[in-house]
Every structure is written in C-alpha cells, then in structure tokens.
Write a protein that binds this ligand. Structure first.
Ligand code: 13P
Length: 261
C-alpha cells in the first residue's frame, strides 16, 4: 500500500513538471498536471506558468466541479478535462497533459498510434486513440476524450497534444514517456519507408501479457484511507520500482519466448 500526504503529493507534481519541461514535452507555459487527493478534491497546476519551475505553494486545490477551494494562483484552464478523466475512471489518481513533439505531430496529422510496432508498447499502452479537436479551456475538451477514457490510459488530442493517466503521477508520467517514444519510433520507421507491424498471430500472446499484468479494463477502484486525503491503491503498489519491475518482466518473457522459437 502506498499513502502520501499532500505535502509529498505537491512535491511529486513539481518533480513531474520539471521532467516534462526538461524532456521538451512542453514549451513555455504548456501542459498541466493533477492528482486526485480524495473523492471530492483534486490538486492541480496553475494556469499560465512554466511547469518546469513549479513550487509546492503554487498548486491549487479544486472540487469535482472545478471550483477553486485553495491556492493563490488561478487553476489550469484545462482542469475540466482532468476532472472528466477522474469521473470516468475510479482507478486513477493522476493526469498528465503535455505537447510532446512526435505525439503532437501525429495528433496534427490526424492519426492515432494504433499500429503494433514494439511488444513493450502493445503491452504497456495498448492502442492509442485520437480524440477529435475541441476548443481549449472549454468543457468540450473533456467531452472529446470521454468516449475513449474507459478503455485507454493514453490519448492523443487532435491539433493539441497528448494526455496520460495513472494510479499515481509517476505512472501517468511514465506512460507519457512511453507514448512519446512510440510516436518517435513510428515516425522514424515511416521515414525509412516501412513500418512493419507485429504479426496478428502474435497479438493474443501480448494481450495475455497485458491481462496477467492487470493492464486490461475495468480495473479496481482506488480507495481513500480513512481520515486521510491521500489515495490508497487497493491493488499492487504502483511506483517507479513497480514500473521498472514490470518492464523487466516483459523483457524477460520476450527473451524466453525468443529462445523457444
Ligand atoms: P494551462 O496553463 O491553463 O494549464 O494551459 C496550458 C496548456 O497546455 C494549454 O493547452
């Protein structure tokens, strides 16, 4: 079980803001990040500031209708999109939105990332839908992603950027990293003139791996510790160590499979 207090969760958002900015997933004031604190409250980044230089006191708390209840800065203009994600998925406690260039290139070209290129991408992400364009800072943004939320953990937003969700903010961020790497690899393969995909006969094996790792839907809802505002995951702990262990497990199984064939 993991349980973090709000002070730690504020630091986590600042750390993820620094990572998305340092990796070039956002420019200037782009992107927004949030964490579900309780069933009624969400901690989110403020609007119009660089996510690379956040400090814990800059973050804002809103209720599930987006009404600001704490913080001296104004909340992200896209917080309603985050709230739509939390409403649809009781198993998640974090949302990361960024504009990584390869993902956003696909989103501008009007293409999702639905071709099975690497086993790791199929297992970790599944296929990646493209939500139709919606005007920024409006409830329509959340509405445009809504049809895809229940069955995906990462999304491209047409003419806008990318979105990832997770049971904690590190998992949501790592999904963003994997998504951007998948977009980069697809782009390069296409530039080379061939994007060979994994054979359909291999897909059920990868789907089984996804299932055995608890990555299919629906998932168990998160619960909240009594008297605490921190999310508590009822299932396996999901943190950096767990993600590393998952990736190692996928790699080991692939090596075993390759040895057998
Ligand atoms: P906010 O600064 O209001 O969160 O908006 C940033 C952004 O990425 C718009 O797409």
């Amino acid at each position: 079980m993991f349980e973090k207090n709000q002070t730690e969760l504020r630091k986590d958002i600042c750390e993820i803001g620094r990572r998305v900015w340092q990796r070039g997933y956002v420019a200037y004031n782009d992107g927004n990040i949030s964490i579900r604190l309780s069933k009624d409250h969400v901690l989110a980044t403020p609007t119009g500031v660089s996510k690379g230089f956040l400090s814990p006191d800059m973050l804002v708390v809103v209720d599930m209708e987006g009404r600001q209840i704490d913080g001296h800065l104004k909340v992200s203009s896209e917080v309603l999109m985050h709230l739509a994600m939390y409403r649809e998925r009781c198993d998640i406690a974090a949302v990361v939105h960024a504009h990584p260039v390869y993902c956003t290139g696909f989103a501008v070209a009007g293409e999702g990332l639905d071709r099975p290129t690497l086993p790791e991408f199929v297992v970790a992400l599944g296929d990646v839908p493209l939500a139709p364009y919606a005007p920024p800072s409006t409830p329509l943004l959340g509405e445009s992603v809504k049809p895809f939320i229940k069955d995906h953990d990462v999304f491209l937003l047409a003419n806008h950027g990318a979105l990832s969700i997770g049971s904690d903010v590190y998992q949501a961020y790592h999904r963003m990293e994997t998504l951007e790497q998948s977009a980069q690899i697809s782009f390069i393969a296409r530039m080379l003139g061939r994007e060979n995909v994994i054979a359909p006969s291999e897909m059920s094996h990868l789907q089984n791996m996804r299932q055995s790792m608890g990555l299919t839907y629906p998932r168990d809802c998160l619960t909240f510790a009594p008297g605490s505002k921190s999310p508590v995951n009822r299932g396996e702990d999901v943190n950096e160590a767990t993600i590393e262990a998952m990736v190692r497990k996928v790699a080991e199984r692939l090596i075993q499979e390759m040895g057998r064939s």
